[in-house]
Design a protein around this ligand. Structure first.
Ligand code: 4AD
Ligand code: MG
Length: 483
């Protein structure tokens, strides 16, 4: 079909009827028809919508029409005409038709029916061809784009922190080691320990759990930066909110205090929600319907009270509630589920970490909107968070979203060298190994802050999906690293 440029389905759907021939390529979603006309729904991934191709069977061989099955790729040249049927206003009347790649219906796993999300996870290599995954992948793209746009418009610089690193940013020890050593025959030193001197980097190395520490180096030079890249955590938590490989957005800002940090986080989250509402209407509408269908099988207590689009608009219309850990603690201690011992972990002594059941109570039952909890006890937070004057709490902040829980974690950073060193000692973090980090506090240190947004948790919220494995193309979880 030389001489014709392919038109994407999304563009074609916006065009008026025309007497000019049009070329479309895509994958067959469904085929139905009679002796007089065959209707093929074709999708090329540019939009959730298909175009209807109408074929007069007498123009083509029976053998060719037989090869047009769900999943086959085809090329159609024809006229874009008004449709007589219902369900679409225009359709492509095929003049020429070619099968580019067959999809044997006896072995092609995707059929034109609703497949369970669990089944689709098992064939994640074909998932992008489903309406649901297609919508999610387009939204992922839009949100990634919006993140760059948001920060670029504010004069932030996109900064690339390393993925291979010798530091453990969170000090939590949930790291994947990286090595080229022969694991069957690891070289040992005199003390009988693995001799990393013989390893590729001549020291212990791992995949990054966060780009924050390197982000701080950049913020103390460029003022406002952000990272956006994959992070890796070997947490053995098989939940619907955790991945071993996930993407994080980490802005880091010089001259920002904790309040500035919270303001930025709220503004960014609202920007991303608005961007998605403005740019992904069709996909969101599809996902909203999908969720309503799915919820019919769930007990009423587990269903969302508001449909997806309303939930997103709700975020834009309301300020996030900001409360200190101590206020949250008091609310929780005096709450019904705590008094009636309904919580799995009871709240009785100040300083204990909040579990997701507590976070969900605060967000979904008590405030019924996003909340930011700030100023946590220092013992349950990372070494780099700024110690408050009370000597008990640090300038931390977590943003909690309905249905998701923690979506952002961040803090004002400890910029005072002596205090930071003391905090590292408390947490048994080697100051010698972190000497490069301490240099920022030795030379031209300033007040600064930052946070990390879990990209997949954001996508979960925006799409109404309930399992984080369904919003990333290739989920990595304990025991699972296919492809
Ligand atoms: O709260 P976290 O651990 O914070 C940090 O890593 C800081 N260094 C960020 C910073 O201040 N620059 O992680 C940040 C966010 C969480 O709020 C959550 O949304 C997401 O990252 N996250 C995960 N998402 C998916 N799977 C996991 N295993 C996640 N762990 C954290
Ligand atoms: Mg956190």
């Amino acid at each position: 079909m030389e001489g014709k440029r392919r038109i994407k389905v999304k563009v074609l759907l916006g065009l008026k009827t025309s007497s000019e021939e049009i070329l479309v390529k895509g994958w067959v979603r469904t085929k139905r028809g009679s002796k007089n006309a065959v209707f093929i729904a074709v999708n090329d991934g540019s939009t959730i919508h298909n175009i209807q191709v109408v074929v007069s069977p007498e123009l083509f061989s029976e053998e060719l029409l037989k090869r047009i099955t769900t999943g086959a790729s085809i090329e159609v040249k024809g006229l874009w005409v008004a449709s007589l049927g219902t369900g679409q206003t225009k359709e492509l009347q095929a003049k020429t038709l070619r099968v580019l790649g067959d999809a044997n219906p006896d072995t092609y796993p995707l059929q034109p029916k609703r497949h369970s999300l669990e089944f689709l996870r098992e064939i994640a290599h074909l998932r992008p061809r489903t309406n649901t995954m297609g919508a999610i992948l387009r939204i992922r793209h839009a949100v990634a784009f919006a993140i760059h746009e948001f920060f670029n418009d504010k004069g932030f610089f996109y900064f690339n922190s390393p993925l291979l690193t010798s530091s453990d940013a969170e000090g939590a020890g949930e790291i994947f080691k990286v090595t080229t050593l022969n694991l069957e025959k690891t070289p040992l030193d005199e003390a009988g320990k693995v001799n990393y001197q013989e390893d590729f980097f001549e020291k212990e190395t791992n995949l990054t759990v966060s780009g924050q520490l390197e982000g701080e180096l950049a913020a103390l030079a460029l003022s406002e930066v952000y990272t956006f890249g994959p992070t890796f955590r070997a947490e053995n938590s098989n939940t619907t909110r955790h991945l071993a490989e996930f993407w994080m957005v980490e802005p880091e800002m010089a001259f920002y205090d904790l309040k500035d940090n919270m303001d930025l986080a709220e503004e960014m989250l609202k920007y991303l929600v608005k961007y998605t509402l403005d740019h992904c209407q069709d996909d969101l509408t599809f996902l909203e319907k999908r969720e309503i269908e799915e919820q019919k099988n769930k007990p009423i207590a587990e269903r969302n009270e508001q449909p997806l689009l309303d939930r997103l608009r709700f975020i834009l219309a309301n300020n996030f509630e900001r409360i200190s850990y101590t206020e949250a603690f008091d609310i929780l201690r005096n709450s019904k589920p705590n008094k009636k011992k309904k919580f799995h972990f009871l709240i009785d002594s100040w300083g204990t970490d909040l579990q997701s059941e507590h976070e969900r109570f605060l967000v979904e039952k008590y405030f019924k909107k996003p909340i930011i909890i700030h100023d946590y006890p220092k013992d349950i937070k990372s070494f780099y968070m700024r110690l408050n004057d009370d000597q008990k709490t640090v300038g931390a902040m977590d943003v909690l979203f309905p249905g998701i829980g923690e979506i952002i974690g961040g803090s004002q950073r400890e910029e005072r060298l002596d205090v930071l060193i003391e905090r590292m000692e408390e947490k048994q973090i080697s100051a010698a190994e972190m000497d490069w980090f301490l240099d920022t506090r030795r030379f031209g240190t300033v007040e600064h802050s930052g946070f990390g947004l879990g990209f997949e948790r954001m996508i979960l919220f925006l799409t109404g999906m309930s399992n984080i494995r369904d919003v990333i193309p290739f989920p990595r979880t304990p025991g699972n690293c296919e492809y």
